[in-house]
Each structure stands twice: as C-alpha cells, then as structure tokens.
Design a protein around this ligand. Structure first.
Ligand code: 13P
Ligand code: SF4
Length: 345
C-alpha cells in the first residue's frame, strides 16, 4: 500500500482488548475512550510489522498518546531522539515527528533506512530559513560562527558551525563563542528562543526572525489567567514569545517539563506548549491536574497510525539527505551532542 492511499483498517478482533489490557486502560485515561477500539487494530498490526521488519519507531513528545504509548520504542525531545539515533542498532527507523528530526537521524546514521509517515510533516521554523540565507548572514558578519536550532533543514545545518536544542541552547552558544574566540554568535532561526538565550548569556546574538507558528500564538494573558483563576503553575516552551515566558514558573525543553513536574509536584499546571504534551505527561503524573491551552502542531499531527503502518508495509517515504550536506550537518550535530543535555532540571 502506498503511504498516501486510503487506509484500510486491519480487522477488529475481540481478543485485542484482552491482549492489550494495560495499554487500553492507559489510553482510556489519556484520550476519548470511544477512540481506543479504533486505534487498537492499527497498533497491533504496526507492532507485528515492526517486529517482522526489525524496525525501530521513534516518537517525539508531541505525538498523540496512541502513537507515543501504543507503538513507539523510543520517545523524547529533539535532543534525546538525536542522541538515540546516533547509537540505536536497527537498520530501519520510523520517525514519528517532523521532517528535520528524520533528517537528523539520517545524518547521524547514514546507513540506516529512515522513514517518515508523512513527507509533509514540516516545521514553520525549519521553513523560515535556507542555506543561502545562512551564507548571506555569514557574508554580512564575517568571522562570526553560526548556531542553528535543530529545527532546521540538513542543508542549513551543513552551513552552520553547531546545532542546539532547547535543552542546551545557552551552553552550546557559549561553547561555540569560546571555541571560536569571539563574543558574538549568529543564532537562528527562532527569534524567541534566541531572545530567551540572550537573557542568560553575555554572548551577543545576531538573530533571525523565524518563529514557531504554534508557540507564537500563546499570550501572556492566557498564562496569567491560568495562574490567577486556576492557581496553576505555568510551564512554557522557550519558543513562546518573551512576554509569555516572563509569566512562567519554568521554561524548558519538552523533556525538561516532565522532570520539572517530577521535582516540583504541583497540584495544577498549565502547559504552554503543544497539546499532546499534557496528554502524554498525564500518564506519568496522575496526581497533577493539567490545564491544557490547546495549540496543535499541524505538522506533528500529520503522523497517524495508518500512515505509520503504510510506510512500514512498503518502506515508502524514505528520507534522503543530499550527500554534500551529510558531513557538514554531522559536524554541526556532533558539536551539539558533545555539549549534551544541560536543562536546569
Ligand atoms: P524539544 O526539543 O523541546 O522537544 O522541542 C521541539 C519542538 O519542535 C518544539 O516545538
Ligand atoms: Fe515546528 Fe512549532 Fe511544530 Fe515544533 S511545534 S515542530 S517548532 S511548528
């Protein structure tokens, strides 16, 4: 079956609910319970096919619970997925995330077959800048190194000096400035992540005007309202505008959010980030009440169980990174991986 053909659901069998009893119970707490029987045949078919193929499924923290808990072998934030890509031993990796994440797996493990369930799963940040834009910035700021957020294409990474994620952006920026003996760095493409980094370092940043179309929609009023009316703690992703971050009790990567909840154990929390983050965390923190200002990432939500099944069936939607970009992008990712995870929790 082609990844774009209308999916034919695998047959429902009455023993599925028994065989998947713990998962059924888990999903019934996280998504509308009526949806669970629709997902189960796909989950079973994907898990069978995954074994037959010897494939590994990676899922970002923003994937829906039926993917995150139903079929993924490895879950995490962008940094964790990149770290695991570099070391996992399966020959086939299915990336349930967005295209730049799949490209990073391919760059770090070029011999693997990397599949993405929907080629249109992009990212507004990655789309905001091209390699030509980076070269023009370099020409305008000679001698100034470039730090690119991982939410960029492999071509942009290939002309950057280092990548970073929200789990290590400050430390990577400082490490690059030290290594190049400069006090200024070009930081791209997210202007909000960039201004959050700038507040925490003496390194001067030249910013690009990219933004995440999901996080830029949040407002300070929403965060204040959640705190004042519902007495909620505010947890926000650094891709949010500065006035939203100013209202937050914690700002960090999608994985750091979970660690912060574990440490602080708030009674009630408003997650100022993509919708599924709260759904997935509710599994680990049943005692926490989640308030969910719901902004969906339309790209993350392109990934569905039928599409995962389709690419595993016919090994379609293979992610290819042009040969000429691999070495440069690898160097930039390796610099980031050398710094590792540096969240404050
Ligand atoms: P994390 O690196 O925190 O997982 O974030 C990735 C992302 O795309 C957030 O919008
Ligand atoms: Fe890109 Fe924003 Fe979606 Fe993350 S949430 S993948 S930054 S568009």
């Amino acid at each position: 079956m082609n990844a774009t053909a209308a999916p034919v659901a695998p047959a429902w069998s009455p023993d599925l609910e028994e065989r998947y009893a713990p998962l059924v119970e888990q999903l019934e707490r996280l998504i509308p319970c009526m949806e669970v029987p629709l997902h189960l045949p796909w989950i079973d078919a994907i898990n069978t096919l995954k074994k037959e193929r010897g494939a590994l499924i990676m899922a970002h923290n923003y994937q829906s619970p039926e993917i995150f808990y139903g079929v993924a072998d490895i879950t995490g934030d962008s940094l964790a997925l990149a770290q695991q890509a570099a070391t996992c031993d399966s020959d086939i990796v299915v990336m349930c995330g967005v295209h730049f994440m799949a490209e990073s797996v391919k760059v770090l493990a070029p011999d693997k077959t990397v599949l993405i369930p929907d080629m249109e799963a992009g990212c507004s940040l990655a789309a905001s800048i091209t390699a030509e834009d980076v070269l023009a910035l370099r020409a305008k700021h000679p001698g100034i190194p470039v730090v690119s957020y991982v939410n960029t294409s492999a071509a942009v990474k290939a002309v950057s000096d280092s990548c970073c994620t929200s789990a290590n952006a400050v430390q990577v920026t400082e490490a690059v400035a030290r290594e190049f003996g400069v006090d200024k760095v070009i930081f791209l493409p997210d202007r909000y992540l960039g201004s959050w980094v700038a507040q925490q370092t003496d390194v001067e940043l030249v910013l690009w005007q990219g933004a995440c179309e999901v996080h830029e929609k949040f407002t300070a009023m929403e965060a204040r309202h959640a705190r004042e009316r519902f007495k909620a703690k505010i947890v926000a992703h650094p891709e949010c505008p500065p006035e939203v971050l100013a209202e937050a009790d914690f700002v960090g990567s999608t994985s750091a959010m979970g660690r912060w909840l574990d440490k602080e154990k708030p009674e009630r929390v408003a997650m100022i980030t993509e919708c599924s983050m709260a759904d997935n965390l509710r599994n680990d923190f049943p005692q926490v009440e989640f308030i969910k200002p719901c902004n969906l990432c339309p790209y993350m939500k392109k990934i569905t169980l039928p599409k995962i099944h389709a690419v595993l069936s016919d090994l379609s939607n293979e992610v290819v990174v042009p040969e000429e970009d691999i070495a440069g992008a690898r160097k930039a990712l390796d610099r980031m991986l050398a710094v590792g995870r540096r969240d404050r929790v």
